[in-house]
Design a binder for this molecule. Sequence first.
Ligand code: NAD
Length: 301
Amino acid sequence: MVYRNVYEAVLGTINFLINMILIDGKKEAADLRGELRGEVLKLKSEHNKIPGLTVILIGDLTPSQIYVRNKEKAANEVGLKSEVIKYPDSVEEKTILDKIKELNIDDSVSGILVQLPLPKHINKQHVIETISPDKDVDGLHPMNVGNLSSGYQGSIPCTPLGCYFLIKKVEPNLRGKKAVMVGRSNLNGKAMAQLLLQEDCTVTITHSKTKDLQGECLEADVIVAAVGIPELIKGDWVKKDTIVIDVGINKTENGIVGDVKFDEVSKVAKALTPVPGGVGPMTIACLLKNTIECFKRAQKK
Ligand code: NAD
């Protein structure tokens, strides 16, 4: 184990002493990318072509630029064909929709992702619904949302899929466990709930109007926090033996923190993801996985 500073070293030692599992998302993501690299090579030899990911980036928001750069780097690392198409903030919605329609019928493109958030004048729903469900690597098209809730094949949103792999790594058998989602966004809470339902968990979805969030969390064997409120989940909200997955990425004056108060929760939980270095790297690895799955499904058509 390599620690970047004294703080991490102390945390690492505490975790070791109390036996908490610090879920290493960076390592899990690197392992997954390694598997995907092998799969791309195999697909290349079988089909004489490789899966391709096209990302559309609108505007110059710094976080979006960083995400897209990281996605491109990871795609290249596993051997995918990767392309980023950039537009200025002022681009018309029609230009974006026309480009998506063009990509939908381009055989060299297996997956299309439009980086969110979008400028205000571009309707997110129009964009999501224009992407062919077969190339919707974000899993946000209503058809894929329906596929997931029906247990049918289709793309699954990358962040929940990454969380799912991390949870299963700690606890392969989730049958009968009580899982609490904190946050009900389409992107995170709702999709995560579906994945855990398929694992026979009893799932509660909480949100900003939930009356007793602490009480709900205290009953959970698995908590997935995707809220966007720094350190909302405290140590006395979590019972012993709970797996806690922190999706939140919040910029504060003390740097980036999650939705979980790490120093408190790490003293009680069975397992916890750090921020950064937990869910984030898995999200990108799952985007690559989704692209490869889209390619494989397209070959069968
Ligand atoms: P969102 O704003 O779409 O949804 C937030 C949800 O939290 C809503 O459903 C809301 O009802 C709920 N909520 C708000 N206040 C609450 C409260 N007090 N108690 C309980 N629930 C409350 O956000 P999102 O897109 O799901 O993102 C959530 C967080 O996850 C953000 O910090 C975002 O940056 C982060 N995120 C991380 C990744 C990653 O790869 N790690 C990916 C996507 C989002």
